[in-house]
Design a protein around this ligand. Structure first.
Ligand code: S3P
Length: 190
């Protein structure tokens, strides 16, 4: 497996989809889009696909049907995407936490965790609404609890990238480097 660089772009002969996992606000969509562009691959966003399939926003889905139904829909959508051509896929923060979806990702894709500190996340999430799980009386406390619960599970991903407050470009370059190391050392079919 080789990642070939030419004129600032990379080309990669990908056998498995690269799935970005991590908590809300980790930058999965932003980094995913840029990474896909660099690697000249298609980019898909699981939450966006769910919204299109359901005909409503994620918040509306949670309100109407609750989290359990959302997880089932999420698993269906991710399963469909992983059955298609290899691409870069950003997932919602709970996708890799749900056991069924996690097993599916582990079996058929290369998972990459964007690990971000509480301080960076709290700052980013204050600026953005639309996260049903953070609609609590103390969103910072909820975020800390979610991190405690979820970080050990995200750490099961094939690759971990520390994605702090760096510029997007820097994080993307770091991510490409981590992918190269992984493909080189694991000698797996990717
Ligand atoms: C969720 C994260 C959200 C979205 C939904 C549930 C979670 O995606 O899928 O609100 O369980 O952490 P982002 O991580 O893109 O915000």
């Amino acid at each position: 497996m080789k990642i070939v660089k030419a004129e600032g772009k990379f080309s990669i002969d990908l056998k498995k989809t690269i799935v970005l996992v991590g908590i809300m606000g980790a930058g999965k969509t932003t980094i995913g889009k840029n990474l896909a562009d660099r690697l000249q691959l298609q980019f898909l966003d699981a939450d966006k696909e769910i919204e299109e399939a359901a005909g409503c926003t994620i918040s509306e889905f949670f309100e109407k049907y609750g989290e359990e139904e959302f997880r089932k829909g999420e698993e269906r959508v991710i399963s469909r995407i992983l059955g298609g051509n290899p691409c870069v896929l950003a997932t919602g923060g709970g996708a890799f936490i749900s056991q069924a979806t996690r097993l599916l990702i582990k079996k058929t894709a290369t998972s990459l965790w964007l690990r971000v500190s509480f301080e960076v996340l709290a700052k980013r999430l204050k600026k953005r609404a639309g996260r049903p799980l953070l609609q609590t009386s103390d969103p910072d406390k909820t975020l800390r609890l979610l991190m405690e619960e979820r970080y050990p599970i995200y750490s099961e991903a094939d690759i971990t990238v520390d994605a702090g407050d760096d510029a997007i470009d820097e994080t993307v370059v770091k991510t490409v480097k981590c992918l190269e190391d992984y493909y080189c050392f694991s000698k797996k079919l990717v």
